[in-house]
Design a protein. Structure first.
Length: 554
């Protein structure tokens, strides 16, 4: 069988991938914290009409730039407030990243490598999950991948002067959009990668082809206007965003997100399933750094390898860690893996796929024990329900392994990898969508449906010593924070009137209100009830309670 795909086959695969990728966006409820937070910021942009100053729960929120907020707010304006519209930008960015990897692989390493790289990226567990999760990292990943692709395209051997210029302008533009997606990391990661490449390869030629002046002008034209405008309207913005949210967060434990230096190792190993063996083999081979056929420096491959290692190390030594931080290395890894897979014959492929079957079988044991890890009686039955989804994912993975093994025996490498990738995508989507079994404890969708009919405009709704990120979005209104600051601390210093600082003031407000509702934990409810605060329970799911002021005391 041919190693490349016909146009008709490619179109069919693309359509099937589109259906699979976008078809389940609305299945899961939005969960806390990131999904609710970023959906609510965008919702408030639409409701307030202020697309300049991001706000969360009505309070200025300057932790991240606005590109994804704008994209999601636009989706809300066009399609309405839904879970799928909240995730639309993330999903679109993820799918576009797959297309960028497909094009880049074909351009730099040949058509088969590009096809295989796209298959790897669209079907590994971590990339699929992050492509359907409303967070900011997939947008950053799209634009850093575009920057890498543009740079490698411009700096490759044989590039014409026009290609060099177009490639570098694409790189500058992509970095600008990366900055608008998640901040200065959008220029730090590509910039340091270029420096490391030049030092390691002793290759300074790319520096003469950066198109520095037109590139910087394009970068500033895209990235600067919002930063300037928001700083004029909010003079406190520059220090908070550039110093506190970048340098202090990276260098200190202020954000309380510390983790060991090996924090991302397990995320990478589990996240790259079902391609983990191919990844390890690829990294071992790529570390040699030279093309076997002609002995010349393979500039794109070396740049991708340096990017992968540097980004991984950069976030590993940070004092602030979240699992999503290393997402930008997955497209680069997929490109390297696509190149490696193109060099393998069908018999060699078997040795790199069969161990995945053993991993899947071993996973059955851990799934069976999953409920033992439940921290409370509420989560235990939910874990039991989720286990059935995991069993289904393991079954699909095993089918993919068997199919790949059979096609490899027949010498049909392309068919083997296509089937294996399809199984990986389906299994990953099963793992992801099965997580909706935890929605009763991780989302406010259900409680919002019960409470919303009881609310009338203007009635106060307090959030007492807690804040559920998804509740404002599903209630379509903000809450009044009580004795709670956390990520709102800086914004409340600018707008202290938007919260109640202490419980004494809350009790006074509650007594004065004719009608009122409040969200709190069962523990806080017990404390306030013991202090004689009149409350009528509206609902109690074991972890959250919503109460209202009783009729008799209004």
């Amino acid at each position: 069988m041919q190693n490349d795909l016909s146009k008709r086959t490619l179109l069919v695969l693309l359509l099937l991938a589109l259906v699979a990728w976008f078809g389940t966006l609305d299945y899961r409820k939005l969960i806390k914290t990131d999904e609710g937070r970023y959906a609510e910021i965008s919702r408030e942009m639409v409701v307030s009409g202020d697309w300049l100053t991001p706000r969360l729960n009505g309070i200025k929120y300057f932790e991240k730039p606005p590109l994804q907020y704008w994209a999601t707010a636009a989706a809300f304006k066009i399609f309405g407030f839904h879970a799928w519209t909240a995730r639309l930008w993330t999903a679109l960015a993820g799918f576009l990243t797959v297309l960028v990897v497909w094009w880049s692989g074909r351009k730099f390493f040949g058509a088969p490598a590009g096809n295989y790289a796209a298959m790897v990226l669209i079907s590994n567990l971590y990339f699929v999950a992050m492509g359907h999760f409303n967070a900011l990292d997939m947008g950053l990943t799209l634009f850093t991948t575009l920057a890498l692709a543009g740079f490698c395209f411009a700096q490759r051997d044989g590039a014409t002067q026009q290609e060099q210029k177009l490639g570098m302008l694409l790189t500058w533009a992509a970095m600008a959009f990366a900055v608008l997606s998640k901040g200065l990391v959008g220029i730090v990661l590509p910039g340091v990668t270029l420096v490391l490449y030049s030092l390691l390869a002793r290759d300074w030629a790319p520096w003469r082809r950066l198109y520095l002046i037109p590139g910087m002008l394009l970068f500033l034209a895209i990235a600067a206007p919002w930063f300037v405008a928001v700083s004029i309207v909010n003079p406190e913005f520059p220090w908070f965003f550039f110093i506190r949210e970048h340098f202090l967060r990276y260098a200190t434990d202020e954000a309380r997100r510390e983790g060991p230096v090996y924090y991302f190792v397990r995320i990478l190993l589990v996240g790259m399933l079902p391609w983990i063996v191919v990844m390890l083999d690829t990294l071992w081979r790529a570390a040699r750094g030279r093309d076997r056929e002609n002995g010349k420096l393979d500039r794109p491959a070396l740049i991708l390898l340096i990017w992968t290692i540097f980004v991984f190390v950069f976030f590993s030594i940070s004092r602030s860690k979240l699992p999503s931080y290393i997402l930008p290395i997955f497209p680069a890894l997929a490109l390297l893996m696509g190149k490696r897979l193109a060099a393998l014959d069908a018999s060699e492929l078997k040795a790199r796929i069969m161990p995945v079957g053993l991993i899947a079988v071993a996973g059955l044991f851990f799934i069976a024990k999953a409920a033992d890890y439940a921290g409370d009686s509420i989560s235990r039955p939910l874990l039991h329900q989720y286990a059935y989804w995991l069993y289904a994912a393991v079954a699909v993975t095993l089918i993919g392994v068997i199919y790949c093994w059979y096609q490899s025996i027949k010498g049909r490498k392309l068919a083997a990898l296509t089937g294996f990738s399809a199984a990986g995508l389906v299994a990953s989507l099963i793992v992801l969508n099965g997580h909706n079994t935890f929605a009763p404890t991780m989302s406010s969708y259900d409680i919002a449906q019960k409470v919303r009919p009881l609310l009338t405009p203007g009635v106060p709704f307090y959030s007492v010593r807690t804040y559920d990120q998804t509740l404002p979005f599903y209630l379509n209104r903000t809450l009044m924070l009580v004795d709670y600051r956390d990520e709102f601390d800086y914004g409340l210093k600018q707008q202290p009137e938007l919260a109640i600082d202490n419980m004494d003031d809350f009790r006074s407000r509650w007594a004065a209100d004719k009608q009122a509702f409040a969200l709190m934990t069962p523990e806080n409810h017990e404390t306030l009830r013991g202090q004689g605060l009149p409350m009528e329970i509206v609902l109690n799911d074991g972890k959250r309670m919503i109460v209202k002021k009783p009729e008799a005391v209004r």
